[in-house]
Design a protein around this ligand. Structure first.
Ligand code: SF4
Length: 316
């Protein structure tokens, strides 16, 4: 599975000062699951080391200016950013991790300076990041800094794995029946993000207007990718857990019921992490061989070794 990464985050010494910005989580943890494709637009045109650049607001327009010689390099950086962004499609990436704060790679809150000596404002977007956002609005995209937040990290990685899954699924020339099966397996994963999104997907699959399979698949793909970009919440996830519990609540003893309900409540109160409840629910799903639950992606969205649901902070 390929993901794009701002090259300096991988430890490549391509920053303006010849340094790198190696990120431990990416290099140590994610490299076990992904093939990284490095991108550094600045190095391609300015080489390394080079003069630092910054975003400067001039006449309500954001320009890129070198910090000492005050040379305007907006056009060069824009052109290479467009070229690199186009490359993303050819590289068939499932996601992208950008370097925060960079006038090229930062996806939000990049410092924007004024020509006068007023303080900078964190309101800019790097030129390369902007190109990616505009061309691939449904591509999973995050910054390394934001991935320190357990909630954003879990959502992002879940999105990447599902993103890859739908493209693989579509390559198999699926039938309507296959689509129903795929859709069903994502029921609770999407529910944990938005009921409305799952309903919209359900309407596409129901195909009341008897559209051609190809059209339905395309509509489904777009709606599915949109729903993946939504973030899960504690309250939606809590409801999903209760739904799942509903499948076997009549099959278990009062003590067992109390134990499960207490765990679900503890998750809601952020006392225990989601993985603790999931473990319990999976146990009962297996014990009663409830295939509908066993095949739910919500219970197994990505390799468990990533341990993304092991923190109470992974849900908000
Ligand atoms: S932030 Fe982007 S442009 Fe700057 S060194 Fe890293 S990869 Fe290159």
């Amino acid at each position: 599975m390929k993901i794009g990464v701002s090259s300096c985050l991988l430890g490549n010494m391509c920053r303006y000062d010849g340094a790198h910005a190696r990120d431990q989580f990416i290099v140590k943890t994610l490299q076990k699951y992904f093939e990284f494709v490095p991108y550094c637009p600045e190095k391609i045109i300015f080489s390394t080391p080079r003069e630092a650049i910054r975003l400067v607001e001039i006449d309500n327009k954001i320009n890129v200016i070198t910090s000492n010689t005050k040379k305007d390099v907006t056009k060069e950086l824009e052109d290479i950013s467009i070229k690199c962004a186009k490359q993303i499609q050819d590289d068939e990436l499932c996601g992208f991790i950008l370097k925060s704060k960079s006038p090229t790679c930062g996806m939000e809150r990049v410092k924007v300076y004024q020509e006068t000596n007023t303080p900078s404002e964190k309101k800019g977007v790097g030129l390369f990041a902007k190109q990616i956002q505009e061309r691939y609005p449904l591509l999973p995209l995050e910054e390394e800094g934001r991935l320190n937040d357990a909630w954003l990290r879990e959502n992002f990685l879940m999105q990447i794995f599902a993103y890859k899954h739908i493209f693989e699924f579509l390559k198999t020339s699926p039938s309507f029946k296959d689509l129903v099966q795929f859709h069903t397996s994502y029921k609770y994963l999407i529910y944990a993000k938005s009921h409305a999104a799952y309903k919209k997907l359900g309407n596409i699959v129901a195909n009341h207007d008897k559209k051609e399979l190809e059209i339905v698949l395309e509509e489904y793909k777009l709606a599915f990718l949109e729903s993946l970009s939504l973030k899960g919440s504690i309250s939606n996830t809590y409801n999903v857990l209760l739904h799942i519990y509903g499948y076997f609540k009549k099959l278990i003893s009062k003590d067992e019921k109390d134990e499960i309900l207490e765990s679900i409540d503890d998750f809601k109160e952020e006392i225990i992490p989601l993985i603790a409840v999931i473990k319990l629910l999976k146990l009962y799903a297996k014990r009663f061989d409830i295939q509908y639950l066993i095949t739910q992606k919500f219970l197994n969205p990505y390799p468990k070794e990533l341990a993304l649901r092991s923190s109470v902070k992974a849900y908000k």
